[in-house]
Design a protein around this ligand. Structure first.
Ligand code: XBP
Ligand code: MG
Length: 237
């Protein structure tokens, strides 16, 4: 029987990328005196690389922006990413990002039904807590029994590691869980861990991606009275 829902965070619980992470990266670049600016379209391309530090390093490797003299790119990426995390926490504390419509209702319904909740994210536990602390539901982080994060495993999504860690900590097999994801790297990670996955498309970043391996693709979780479009579903019929 179905016992737990494992949630992705970025793009799934909340639409964090464009107005959260992207703005925090740009604030870190500006603070470091760099003239790099990730516009909305550029950031969409950079999202192919999961993990913020890895994303900065990949940007440096691919686009070869001017680096400060004598600075090594991995060290710069690590330093910029620490600053980015600080800016991201500040944006969240200012209330910049809320949960996606329907998420809170679904979480409440799951709890009422005795379904366990977990998180599997590429980002950090600190970022997850910063988000969940500022979306208007006190104690929300405690609703999740397990928070499995990218820095706890050897390989970030699309590798299955973070989902396998979530299963291990839940003490459940893949067949007892359903995943909610928003992106191709996330779907690949969940499927590689043997998990059935519902994909909720979120924005122009993920809407056009290939989700053939998903059990169900919907364009939102909706609220009562709001139609949800099923874009693609193997669970139908
Ligand atoms: C989300 C990510 C993250 C965020 C940045 O992937 O790739 O890298 O963009 O977070 P997913 P950090 O939703 O598939 O988990 O800067 O903390 O890495
Ligand atoms: Mg995501």
């Amino acid at each position: 029987p179905f016992e737990a829902i494992i949630w992705d965070v970025d793009g799934t619980l909340a639409d964090t990328e464009r107005d959260g992470h992207r703005r925090a990266f740009n604030a870190a670049f500006a603070e470091a005196g760099l003239d790099w600016c990730w516009d909305v379209a550029t950031y969409g391309e950079l999202l192919e690389v999961t993990g913020g530090r890895e994303r900065i390093a990949a940007f440096i490797a691919a686009r070869r922006p001017a680096l400060p003299p004598g600075v090594e790119s991995e060290a710069l990426a690590a330093r910029l990413h620490r600053a980015k995390s600080r800016h991201y926490a500040r944006l969240l504390a200012a209330g910049a990002i809320g949960l996606r419509p329907g998420v809170l209702r679904l979480l409440r319904a799951a709890r009422t039904a005795g379904i366990r909740l977990a998180i599997a994210t590429t980002s950090t536990p600190e970022n997850v807590h910063a988000l969940l602390a500022h979306v208007g539901e006190s104690g929300l982080a405690e609703w999740f029994e397990v928070i499995a994060a990218g820095d706890m495993v050897a390989h970030k999504k699309p590798a299955p590691d973070v989902y396998l860690l979530a299963l291990e900590r839940l003490g459940l097999g893949a067949a007892a869980c359903v995943v909610v994801e928003d992106s191709t790297p996330g779907l690949r990670a969940a499927r590689a861990a043997g998990l059935e996955t519902v994909v909720v498309t979120v924005n122009d970043y993920t809407r056009g991606q290939a989700f053939a391996d998903a059990a169900l693709v919907v364009d939102g979780l909706g609220e009562p009275g709001t139609p949800v479009s099923v874009l693609h579903g193997q669970l139908e019929g």
